[in-house]
Design a protein around this ligand. Structure first.
Ligand SMILES: Cc1ncc(COP(=O)(O)O)c(C=O)c1O
Length: 431
């Protein structure tokens, strides 16, 4: 028996479902047990059976420099000698905050959290407190972590597991979260006209939790205008897109500036950190200077902070990193399309920066959750299984994005393409 299988059985006896986050169970792709990872370096993962995989999950986003990059590893080792958590302020927090303020256009002041979930939860609380309104607008298929207000029609994890997204959440909370279809500006206009009690609109400016959806700039501009018109705060959840689509995230790439921004993943360089930030006037409502509470024993802990700072500095110092990543990803996508054509497999690929999702569909475009739901789960699952067999780790769900890192080299991409050739051959032979 494979060690992963044995470990999964053992885990299932003491951890619900054997995993600490549902998507890791590989249930959606019909695999009996997930792969247990022992170590990772660069573009590669090594499992407990010593099989090596080229990784396109990248810990769901943080590993833009690949796994365990030397400069981050060395900085973390130095910090470990100094201590791992003090519960008191440190110089590193100022340095990381300065870096975020320097890089992210909308952020003048920033608070660190321990996860993306805490960042979005706190940003929503701040928006409610400042506007003195109760309701929020979010969009179908956007995921913002698992706090109550935001766990309604919430994208990948829940779509993947097919579970109810509102179990355990009070009716009152659900009533205060209005869920609208992504990309339809008139739906937002109508909701704002009908409701005077809306504090904020929160969205992933480029959704990556229903697979990747490439947002139109006009939509973001439209949301900005409506928020200004109705005195509603605009929150960009850049937990995935931040430092991924560019150093300044989607807001820099699209040139649309939100009131508040939430960050996670890359900002911690593979260690647990999140952040929320925005204009000084807004952020100064946070305790202890203001009266909106936010706290955390491990918020801004020194290990995560130094890993994040080292990661952001590396990204900033490598001037052509984003261009190279995008070029490499575009090239990969182009070749995937050629293979699909050769085998007559119908696909549509959404790609932006170093993110892409491969949808098995006859449609030319995938722009909404309904479009994603209509894509072939069967073909995606066969793709996943062949890729895994060939030593390529792609997301175990059609509702997720592939993450390319700066550690993915030409030879990784060549091996990926030859695995895709086998996957598409298998798909074409079955249909
Ligand atoms: C856009 C977005 N927001 C928030 C979160 C929650 O972050 P975390 O898992 O760190 O709590 C995620 C997690 O995937 C995310 O993709």
């Amino acid at each position: 028996m494979s060690r992963s299988k044995g470990l999964f059985e053992e885990a299932g006896r003491i951890i619900p479902g054997g995993v600490n986050s549902p998507v890791r169970a590989f249930q959606a792709v019909g695999k009996e047990y997930p792969v247990f990872i022992k170590s990772a370096k660069g573009s590669k993962l090594v499992d407990e059976d010593d099989r090596v995989y080229i990784d396109y999950i990248g810990s769901w986003g943080p590993m833009i420099l690949g796994h365990n990059p030397d400069q981050v590893l060395n900085r973390v080792k130095e910090q470990l000698d100094e201590g791992s958590s003090f519960g008191l302020p440190t110089k590193g927090e100022i340095e990381l905050a300065k870096k975020v303020v320097e890089l992210v256009p909308s952020v003048e002041k920033v608070r660190l959290t321990t996860s993306g979930t805490e960042a979005t939860m706190s940003a929503i609380r701040l928006a409610r407190a400042v506007t003195k309104r109760n309701k929020i607008i979010k969009f179908d298929g956007c995921y913002h972590g698992h706090s109550d207000s935001l766990l309604v029609k919430a994208g990948s994890g829940l779509l993947t597991s097919g579970h109810q997204d509102s179990n355990g959440i009070t009716e009152g909370t659900m009533k205060d979260t209005l869920v609208l279809p992504f990309g339809e500006i008139d739906a937002v206009k109508n909701a704002l006209q009908e409701n005077q009690d809306i504090a904020c609109i929160i969205l992933e400016p480029v959704p990556a939790n229903m697979g990747l959806i490439c947002t139109e700039k006009e939509y973001l501009v439209g949301l900005r205008d409506l928020c200004d018109q109705y005195g509603v705060l605009l929150i960009f959840d850049e937990v995935i897109s931040g430092f991924r689509l560019s150093l300044g995230g989607a807001q820099e790439r699209y040139g649309v500036i939100p009131d508040l921004t939430t960050l996670g993943k890359i900002i911690g360089g593979g260690f647990p950190v999140g952040a929320f930030g925005g204009k000084k006037e807004l952020m100064d409502h946070i305790a202890p200077v203001g009266d909106v509470y936010h706290a955390g024993t491990l918020s801004g802990n020194p290990i995560s902070v130094c890993a994040g700072l080292e990661t952001l500095t590396t990204l900033q110092e490598n001037h052509d990193l984003y261009q190279t990543l995008e070029k490499r990803t575009k090239n990969l996508v182009k070749k995937i399309k050629e293979i699909a054509k050769a085998y007559d497999v119908s696909i549509c690929i959404n790609q932006l920066g170093s993110l892409f999702t491969l949808f098995f569909t006859i449609s030319d475009s995938v722009t909404s959750l309904n479009d994603v739901l209509a894509t072939s789960t069967e073909n995606y699952n066969l793709y996943f299984h062949v890729m895994l067999e060939e030593g390529i780790m792609v997301p175990p769900s059609k509702f997720e994005a592939h993450f390319v890192s700066s550690a993915h080299m030409e030879e990784d991409l060549e091996l990926t393409l030859s695995a895709i050739d086998k996957a598409f051959k298998a798909i074409s032979e079955r249909s």
